[in-house]
Design a protein around this ligand. Structure first.
Ligand code: HEC
Ligand SMILES: [Cu+2]
Length: 464
């Protein structure tokens, strides 16, 4: 008898359970996701219970500058590269509404790495322009996850900027910090060379060969430099959500002048401490925490350095606050006994100054290529490297100076009455860069006008 009763009771309980699951599921509060443009983040989550988070994401095909004076047609989530950050809590139910705007030309969809299930939502969200797709999933796993378009050819959709991230905060929440930033690296394949002006097409062969023209933070050369630099104060705790959209290139992510206190490597829940450089794969992420202690510019780079200095993978975090010479000393420089006296000490120049168009490019070429010898302000080193600033030699025939940059120069030469006899090696620069740097030296250093066009440089190159 007793066992029979027990069995009956058990089956009633089971039936009740089934009922409560199918009929009486607790109603989740509905929250609409706030979407903000990178490098900003939606606010930290303070909820202690699950919610249904509604994300209204648009797909927008937009023409915009990839570099000063260079345009590209980006395909985006929410109008930005990377796409807008989604921020939910472990256990939340996410309703994703994807709109493919009517003016777009192609079908698109979304595959979120935070989804448990084949395709990550790709099939449910594949739509032609002028349609909306809705798809619901449960965010089971905490972590920082990449999302991207998964419409064929997938590599091309990703290469055009179709990626972003979704942060699934752990149930117990994340520690408080002073500032949060969102940065993603991506590789771009344009038909023209790096910084070639005008509207550039997508180069499929470069993409297949994995030879990017640009490697960029947040979708543009200069997205995080000059007036767009990230900012912080000394002793503020910074959390950076860093991801790589790809499609192809792994990042050796490093911030010059900072050591990461913590790196939640691979965007997961475990962290490593005291890290200089963290490797982030294409379609992967990391959460970085650090505290700048002294003022100045910290430089974000892919430490595969030609990407940083020749393909754009560079950004700045401008730190303000009082000096602390006990942590970061000033240093002393003096000539060796018997050495030719050098001019003013070499100072690092800002990476991208607030100058218009070709001058920006010219300064950038100058800083990266010419300043090592001719010094940061073109003052030269007496008897060794002739000055470019206020150079009578330059001013006499500024146009012809492009020839020196293209082919190099050796032999005796007099600048402002001082004799030089050194070797200037030919510089490996494209026509646009040669024109830009000559015009920069002319305008910024010799009170002159722009004197040469890329086409004229091309002629000069051929004439030889
Ligand atoms: C490796 C060192 C080095 C680099 C890099 C270099 N130069 Fe020079 N440059 C020299 C030397 C040395 C001379 C003098 C050559 C001689 O004595 O014939 C010179 C001469 C010149 C002159 C003519 C003299 C004058 O002062 O007006 C110009 C113009 C010039 N360089 C421009 C540039 C530009 C622009 C760049 C960058 C694109 C550049 N150089 C990069 C070493 C360098
Ligand atoms: Cu797409």
């Amino acid at each position: 008898m007793k066992t029979q009763f027990k069995l009956a009771a058990a089956s009633i309980t089971a039936a009740l359970l089934v009922m409560s699951q199918s009929f009486a599921a607790p109603e989740l509060p509905v929250i609409t996701q706030e979407l903000v443009a990178p490098p900003l983040m939606p606010p930290q989550i303070t909820r202690k219970t699950p919610a249904k988070v509604v994300v209204n994401l648009t797909v927008e095909e937009v023409e915009r500058e990839i570099a000063p004076g260079t345009k590209y047609t980006f395909w985006t989530f929410g109008g930005t590269v990377p796409g807008k950050m989604i921020r939910v809590r472990e256990g939340d139910t996410v309703e994703l509404n994807l709109q493919n705007l009517p003016d777009n030309k192609l079908p698109h969809n979304i595959d979120l790495h935070a989804v448990t299930g084949p395709g990550g939502g790709a099939a449910q969200t594949l739509i032609a322009p002028g349609n909306e797709a809705s798809f619901t999933f449960k965010a089971l796993n905490p972590g920082l996850y990449v999302y991207h378009c998964a419409t064929a050819p997938v590599g091309m959709h990703v290469a055009n900027g179709m990626y972003g991230m979704i942060l699934v905060e752990p149930k117990e929440g994340m520690s408080k910090v002073d500032k949060e930033y969102y940065v993603m690296q991506g590789d771009f394949y344009t038909s023209g060379a790096y910084r070639a002006p005008g509207l550039q097409g997508f180069d499929q062969q470069k993409a297949i060969d994995e030879k990017p023209t640009y490697v960029l933070f947040n979708g543009a050369d200069g997205a995080l430099t000059g007036a767009n630099a990230l900012t912080a104060k000394t002793n503020e705790k910074i959390r950076m959500f860093f991801g790589v959209g790809g499609p192809n290139i792994t990042s050796s992510f490093h911030i010059i002048g900072a050591i990461f206190d913590k790196v939640y490597f691979e965007g997961g829940t475990k962290f490593q401490e005291q890290v200089q450089t963290t490797m982030v794969p294409a379609g992967g992420s990391a959460i970085l925490e650090f505290t700048p202690k002294v003022p100045g510019n910290l430089t974000l780079v892919d430490h595969s350095l030609t990407r940083a200095f020749n393909k754009g993978a560079i950004g700045l975090l401008s730190v303000s606050g009082p000096d602390n010479f006990a942590i970061y000393g000033k240093g002393v420089k003096k000539p060796l006994p018997g050495a030719k006296t050098a001019a003013a000490p070499v100072k690092a120049a800002p990476v991208v100054p607030a100058l218009p168009g070709e001058q920006v490019r010219g300064k950038s070429v100058y800083d990266n290529t010419c300043a090592v010898c001719h010094q940061d302000k073109g003052q030269g080193v007496p008897g060794v490297f002739p000055p470019l600033a206020k150079s009578d030699f330059f001013k006499e025939r500024p146009y012809e100076m492009a020839h020196i940059v293209l082919h190099g120069r050796t032999g005796e030469l007099v600048v402002n009455g001082e004799h030089y006899n050194g070797v200037m090696p030919p510089q490996e620069l494209n026509d646009e860069d040669v024109a830009a740097v000559i015009n920069y030296v002319s305008v910024a250093m010799n009170d002159g006008k722009p004197v040469i066009t890329p086409a004229q440089v091309a002629e000069m190159r051929k004439a030889r």
